[in-house]
Design a protein around this ligand. Structure first.
Ligand SMILES: [Zn+2]
Length: 58
């Protein structure tokens, strides 16, 4: 079961249909324009899509 934190994160994040699309989006992010850069993708347990995160933990 997804936690409330995961549900809230899912709501405000962009959803990608697959890991490849998420990886491509990650590459397009300009580091100079973002204070907190997403560094990896993860499979969402709420929507079963993929999101980007700057968090190192799983
Ligand atoms: Zn999600």
């Amino acid at each position: 079961m997804p936690s409330e934190t995961e549900k809230a994160a899912c709501k405000r994040k962009t959803r990608y249909g697959n890991d490849f699309a998420a990886q491509q989006a990650l590459k397009k992010i300009n580091p100079a324009r973002r204070a907190k850069m997403p560094s990896r993708t993860y499979k969402c347990t709420v929507c079963f899509g993929y999101h980007l995160t700057s968090s190192a933990k799983k």
